[in-house]
Design a protein. Structure first.
Length: 185
């Protein structure tokens, strides 16, 4: 499944949980086997278990971050899809901007910038907008990003966005989307 498509976030979360579980099973398994075989904690398998804690912790952090940006509900996604028909869109993103995670459940890429929606109630919208705009300028996307916290207002704005005039413009927007998704988890 491609990054930026609906369902990507849940699939990624499941994979991260699976990897995290495997790492923790490896850590516990190595420690227990070493303890059983040698009768003491001071063995090479304990060293291996200790070294395996770091990847397990990394996967745990990824799971926690992914939980911040759960996707739109299916019926909300269908409303979004209908409002954004013919547009270049992206869903299920968690963007790292200015060392902060900004969950973006849906976004529309258009000539004048990017219109996005976050369901996170903890996100300071104005600060997140500034951070995202700074990120887009620094990476050469040059798109004004507008972030909404109200889904209905986002849908209304999405419905008023003009479709790309021709296939060339649409391809340009797809390239902008591709460049933006590089900074998404």
């Amino acid at each position: 499944m491609e990054k930026g498509t609906y369902g990507y976030g849940i699939r990624k979360l499941k994979m991260q949980i699976l990897k995290m579980s495997a790492c923790y099973a490896l850590v516990i398994g190595a420690f227990v086997i070493g303890l059983i075989l040698t009768g003491t904690r001071k063995n090479i398998l304990t060293v291996g278990a200790i070294c395996s804690v770091l990847p397990a912790a990394t996967f745990t952090v990824n799971v926690i971050a992914r939980l911040k940006g759960l996707p739109l509900k299916k019926q909300d996604y269908e409303k979004f899809e209908k409002a954004a028909e013919g547009q270049v869109t992206a869903c299920d993103m968690i963007v790292t901007a200015n060392q902060k995670l900004v969950p973006i459940q849906a976004a529309v890429f258009h000539e004048h910038g990017i219109t996005a929606y976050t369901a996170s109630k903890k996100t300071d919208l104005k600060q997140a907008e500034r951070d995202l705009n700074g990120l887009s300028k620094s990476v050469g996307i040059y798109a004004k990003i507008r972030l909404f916290g109200d889904f209905e207002a986002f849908l209304k704005q999405t419905g008023s966005i003009q479709e790309p005039e021709n296939e060339e413009k649409k391809e340009e927007l797809r390239q902008k989307r591709k460049a933006f998704l590089v900074y998404s988890m």
